[in-house]
Write a protein that binds this ligand. Structure first.
Ligand code: SF4
Length: 442
């Protein structure tokens, strides 16, 4: 909502009738300005005021759904230029390109295998971009049949040929793919296909001016489930165009650009392609279609995405508690650390590598690391002793030894007093755990 509470108040009937649930029109205006109510809550608004307020309430970039079922991909809905101002909402979706004239089944199998676990997070490629490289509608449809049978991922159908698009939609229509793309020649037919199948439609033009004109034409046909492609091929042009699109949408509220954005990598060399993916992830693609299907490039790309789209106001934390690593029992060693995700999973990885079944006590430090939590009085002898009791450590093991991180060796004496346990000072870094375990627990 770009209007202030007072701007909104001027448009209200000012009768204080309370039908909106607020005692006064002014209170309703303030709630609306803060996003705590909606325009529909006031039944007394004039049509003109409703129109003004509704359009001001629209997000600067529309949120668009691609696909169906549980794996539906949401893109757009962004309100910021910089993630530290608030947060970004919907992570950029990564689609891997599959040509309709290659071995579609083998490529789909490879894409399905691109699934990773990293520091407790699951990463995978979001979509398949089926490309009508053959230029043949029948080949495109056949590829759609094979791809549909091979994966439950969502699709982007890439062809400017409306007959080929129609043929592929006979197979994939129910899965609500993104149709790529409407251009200056085919936009009327493509818009009809998108409407008929309830699919999002990509609009592509050669530059930003042409894109604004073409988008306005598609909107005039009554369709708004759109994704934009400014069509640039060169890396620096792609970056410049995506930045301009986001600025114009968020800062200027330029409505023809109030839609999520798709871009394609253009580099053959995987390292250069990786640079394009990184650049488009940071600024400001919503969907990136990539050529590579190699895990060593896609895992870093997905990790970068996770970093940029994580909420900067919320530390990444694991649930505090007592975790068994391997088949831990009463004789197993006990390591203690904080519930900062990165710290916890580094410790867990190293403890697991010792091949000695163990317990890890994850103390609630609001997701902060060992030294930060210690400096903030969240990782102290008292908080550790409380966690030992709360998570029933004494009932799990038949000994009274606990390992604390070497960085907080100073807690040893106090923790022994608080808990009555023998406190062993462990290594300063998680990387020292294997050597430490060999010395103490083998
Ligand atoms: S319903 Fe409308 S007119 Fe009545 S108090 Fe609320 S804002 Fe004012």
């Amino acid at each position: 909502m770009a209007l202030t509470g007072l701007d909104i108040f001027k448009l209200l009937p000012k009768t204080n009738c309370k039908k909106c649930g607020y005692l006064t029109c002014l209170a309703f205006a303030m709630a609306l300005a803060n996003g705590k109510s909606s325009v529909d809550a006031c039944p007394e608004l004039s049509a003109e005021a409703r129109e003004t307020l509704s359009s001001a309430a629209e997000p600067p970039i529309r949120s668009v759904n691609i696909g169906s079922g549980e794996k539906i991909v949401k893109v757009g809905g962004e309100t910021e230029l910089f993630r530290h101002d608030k947060r970004f909402n919907h992570p950029v979706a990564i689609a891997v390109a599959v040509n309709d004239n290659e071995d579609v089944e083998a490529k789909i199998d490879k894409i399905n295998s691109l699934s990773f676990e990293r520091v407790g997070q699951h990463y995978e490629v979001d979509m398949v971009a089926l490309m009508n490289t053959s230029g043949d509608a029948a080949v495109f449809k056949e590829a759609a049949v094979k791809a549909a049978a091979g994966t439950d991922k969502n699709f982007i159908l890439v062809t400017r040929d409306t007959l080929a698009m129609e043929a592929a939609l006979q197979v994939l229509g129910p899965r609500k793919p993104l149709l790529y793309a409407a251009d200056g020649d085919n936009y009327a037919e493509m818009t009809e296909l998108a409407k008929a199948h309830g699919c999002a439609l990509a609009v592509r033009a050669g530059d930003l001016h042409a894109l604004a004109e073409l988008t306005a034409k598609v909107i005039a046909l009554g369709y708004r489930e759109l994704v934009l492609d400014p069509g640039a091929q060169d890396s620096s042009r792609i970056l410049a165009d995506l930045t301009q699109l986001r600025r114009l949408a968020v800062r200027k509220k330029f409505r023809p650009f109030a839609y999520p954005v798709i871009t394609f990598t253009t580099k053959e060399d995987p390292a250069e392609e990786m640079m394009q993916i990184a650049s488009a992830t940071a600024k400001y693609a919503d969907i990136i279609v990539v050529r590579t299907d190699r895990a060593e490039y896609l895992l870093p790309a997905l990790t970068l995405r996770e970093n940029i789209y994580a909420d900067p106001q919320k530390p990444v934390a694991v649930e505090p508690g007592l975790y068994a690593v391997g088949d831990a029992g009463e004789h197993s060693p006990v390591y203690c650390t904080t519930n900062f995700s990165l710290t916890y999973f580094l410790v867990e990885g190293e403890v697991s590598a010792t091949r000695i079944p163990s317990y890890i006590l994850s103390v609630d430090t609001n997701g902060t690391s060992v030294l930060t939590a210690y400096a903030d009085n969240k990782f102290t002898a008292e908080t550790i002793a409380r966690a030992m009791e709360e998570y029933g450590l004494e009932q799990k093991v038949g000994h009274k030894n606990i390992v604390i991180p070497g960085a907080v060796a100073v807690l040893k004496g106090k923790l022994e007093e608080e808990s009555g346990w023998n406190v062993i000072v462990g290594p300063r870094e998680a990387s020292g755990i294997q050597k430490f375990a060999k010395l103490h627990f083998s």
